[in-house]
Design a protein around this ligand. Structure first.
Ligand SMILES: NC(=O)c1ccc[n+]([C@@H]2O[C@H](COP(=O)([O-])OP(=O)(O)OC[C@H]3O[C@@H](n4cnc5c(N)ncnc54)[C@H](O)[C@@H]3O)[C@@H](O)[C@H]2O)c1
Length: 436
């Protein structure tokens, strides 16, 4: 099949590469000339495990191409997939300007039947808006399909190649057949392709992300209760999670959710609900809890230093919003840094992949260290903000020798409190008993 993917960011590049991997001829289109130049030259633009190998192979074999030109990029493609940004507008609703602009442009240039597939996360009713925007100037036949993407950054290739489920929202039998053929190689193990109407497909994505965000905020509140009541969240989590109705996954407390999806999608659903004259109370609370949780460790650190962080040198391990990605959009670490700087502390930080992106956002406001050990040299305290594997079993002796104060505030519960005590650290984590 010939496929065009419009927007070549995290979702678009993974989508394009994985469809090329199953033998399709894919052209990825983006307005960012520098990005397209790099990708066409074989230089990958994001860090995503397992992606580079597939990207290089499909580029070499001529199944994956890149261009900035929409008209030539969609030439001959039966499928045009939109993987465009839908950032929050000022009022929290999803900004559809990129999608509707491309839809309008497509209407002017398509001259044969196409299935226009929305992979971006978009509010209910967007498929109709896209249909109208295309139809305004279009003489050819087309269908609009909602096919929300569920990949997780850091596991994107695995998620795309073996999806738990594929959601396809369409009222067209013709588009349904094309979409079924497209996804057949990805669901050979029997994972469901669930067909539904466009509106239900659009809402499914928001409902799923908002539910996961709710789970996170719920566990973060349980963790705070554990701290106050002398319980241990690891035990509570295990006890809860062994009930099938609850499940073991996604019950880890931490420093709040971040990334380019959960914060914006929860806000957008609240906004959509308000437009439908419904006050989505649970999600309001989810957002409030998260806003506090992102800076909760800084508040605890301040308490530890008797209310004064001025002049303290604080190290941070992990800047990406989660491990195995270089994405720092809405990363809790950035909120912590902001708070620490406001309190007059200095920050030195290390992340295995995300430092170039942090440099773009923060410039020289923090010191970005060469290694995890350089970051903690002479520090008054270390905060662990992202649980990269390499932070799990570090050289503790080396840490003890380079840190000025042996103080760790662990936002990801990476270490065993008793072990840290034996080693000689002051150690606080989330929802577990404090050990000094
Ligand atoms: N990142 C994720 O983990 C993830 C997962 C599921 C769904 N989503 C959703 O997928 C969508 C895309 O997210 P992303 O993280 O890939 O975004 P991104 O910002 O990484 O990529 C978007 C790309 O679109 C390009 N672009 C912008 N306007 C364009 C235009 N007019 N024509 C062509 N290209 C244009 C940008 O240059 C950029 O390369 C969003 O709606 C997001 O919510 C993201």
């Amino acid at each position: 099949m010939r496929i065009a993917v419009v927007g070549t960011g995290y979702v678009g590049l993974v989508t394009g590469t994985c469809f090329a991997e199953t033998g399709n001829a894919v052209t990825c289109i983006d307005i960012d000339e520098e990005k397209v130049r790099k990708l066409a030259a074989g230089e990958i633009t994001i860090y995503e495990p397992s992606l580079e190998k597939l990207f290089i192979r499909n580029l070499r074999e001529g199944r994956l191409k890149f261009t900035t030109d929409l008209a030539s990029g969609i030439q001959g493609a039966v499928l045009v997939m939109l993987a465009l940004p839908t950032p929050p507008g000022g009022d929290g609703s999803a900004d559809l300007s990129a999608i509707l602009k491309v839809a309008g442009d497509l209407g002017k240039i398509i001259n044969e039947y196409k299935v226009i597939v929305d992979k971006s996360t978009v509010p209910v009713g967007t498929a109709e808006k896209v249909r109208q925007a295309v139809a305004t100037n279009c003489r050819a036949e087309f269908d609009v399909v909602s096919n929300p993407e569920f990949l997780r950054e850091g596991l994107a290739v695995e998620d795309f190649m073996k999806p738990d489920r594929v959601i396809i929202g369409t009222s067209s039998e013709r588009a349904k057949k094309i979409m079924s053929d497209l996804y057949a190689p990805f669901v050979r193990q029997g994972n469901p392709v669930i067909f539904m109407d466009e509106r239900s497909a659009e809402l499914t994505k928001y409902a799923a992300n908002s539910f996961l965000a709710t789970k996170i905020s719920f566990m973060n509140e349980i963790a705070i209760l554990c701290e106050r009541m002398g319980a241990d969240v690891d035990l509570v989590r295990r006890g809860m999670g062994s009930d099938d109705r609850i499940g073991k996954r996604f019950l880890f407390p931490g420093v709040g959710y971040g990334g380019s999806c959960f914060p914006k999608d929860v806000r957008a659903l609240v906004k959509s609900a308000a437009e439908a004259e419904y006050d989505f109370k649970i999600l309001d609370a989810v957002m409030q809890v998260n806003a506090k949780q992102r800076v909760y460790l800084v508040a605890r650190l301040k308490k530890y230093f008797r209310g004064d962080l001025n002049g303290k040198r604080v190290a941070i391990w992990g800047l990406a919003f989660k491990p195995n990605t270089d994405d720092v959009r809405e990363a809790p670490a950035l909120y912590m840094i902001d708070e620490l700087l406001k309190e007059g502390a200095t920050v030195s930080a290390f992340d295995p992949e995300a430092m170039p992106n942090v440099r773009k956002v923060l410039g020289g406001k923090v010191t970005l260290a060469q290694s995890q050990y350089d970051a903690i040299k002479d520090c008054d305290a270390l905060i662990i903000a992202t649980e990269w594997s390499e932070f799990r079993t570090p050289d503790f002796e080396r840490m003890l020798s380079v840190m000025k104060n042996r103080v760790i505030f662990d936002g990801r519960n990476v270490y065993e409190p008793n072990h840290m005590k034996e080693l000689g650290f002051y150690y606080e984590s989330v929802g577990r008993r404090t050990v000094g």
